[in-house]
Write a protein of this length. Structure first.
Length: 277
């Protein structure tokens, strides 16, 4: 996928002035799609400012974004890609928000903190957590698990539990702030006043992504994260819903997307990227 959700361009003072004054780059500039970002840099490739392309056909400047929730506190961008990703999440015009990125790039942290901040504000009533609960290819299945659905599928909440803790997750579920929804039972559901939070989206076919999007009801949004280098079944290499989303929805005012290429988890985690083909 060549489309990243942003372009990085070196701009001189004259073009920057035109951008600030008229919201455009002038003749001969590359084409931008709605909700695509411009990262403006100087001649040394240092970022100097950030802009988002709008439905009015102009660029608007993006102020420095922070996201704050009671549970995780304040999160600030660590690199230019996180900068635009955080603004993308906060832009209320888009209703389907996708962050695709490499291992440890901050996908879950940014999306989770944004989701929690929206619960804090009262804009939405709950987070609906969706994940395709498949195991990794060539790894033995863990087999039958006893007890109820929460016990059987609780492991799918690990990305949230790692950041919030098991007790917090349990409290949120008891309070109705977090609902775990298996894909097996999502057909026929409609989620109003909710944040539909989809993790490991790379493990979903086009039909599964269509099914999830079609469940979005009144005053709801969909937030998805994915890393196409971490597909857990070979079928997702040929029928990948995330790839199709970017191909078909880029430029739609209701859709926004950002790719994160930099690992922020640490130097050791970054070694995994060197093992990609």
């Amino acid at each position: 996928m060549d489309y990243l959700g942003y372009k990085t361009l070196q701009l001189d003072d004259e073009v920057l002035s035109q951008l600030y004054t008229y919201g455009n780059l002038g003749a001969g500039a590359p084409e931008f799609l709605v909700n695509e970002y411009l990262i403006a840099t100087d001649k040394d490739d240092n970022p100097v400012d950030y802009f988002r392309y709008t439905t009015e056909g102009i660029f608007v400047r993006v102020p420095y974004p922070t996201i704050t929730s009671e549970m995780l506190g304040e999160v600030k961008p660590r690199n230019p890609e996180q900068y635009v990703a955080m603004d993308m999440l906060k832009n209320e015009a888009s209703k389907v928000k996708l962050i695709r990125g490499v291992y440890g790039s901050g996908k879950d942290l940014l999306e989770l903190n944004y989701s929690l901040s929206q619960l804090d504000s009262g804009k939405y009533q709950k987070i609906v957590f969706v994940r395709n609960n498949i195991t990794v290819d060539n790894v033995p299945d863990i087999g039958f698990l006893p007890n109820g659905m929460e016990d059987k599928l609780g492991w799918t909440l690990y990305p949230l539990a790692d950041k919030l803790g098991n007790e917090c997750i349990s409290n949120m579920m008891r309070a109705g702030l977090l609902e775990l929804v298996p894909l097996l039972f999502i057909r026929g559901r409609s989620f109003d006043n909710s944040i539909i939070y989809v993790t490991e989206g790379q493990n979903m076919t086009t039909e599964l992504i269509k099914l999830i999007i079609s469940r979005c009801g009144n005053n709801s949004i969909i937030i998805i994260n994915a890393d196409n280098h971490q597909t857990d079944r070979r079928i997702f290499d040929t029928d990948n819903g995330i790839t199709k989303m970017v191909e078909r929805l880029a430029g739609d005012p209701l859709f926004a997307y950002t790719y994160l290429s930099k690992t922020e988890r640490g130097a050791v985690a970054n070694l995994a990227n060197k093992l990609d083909n």
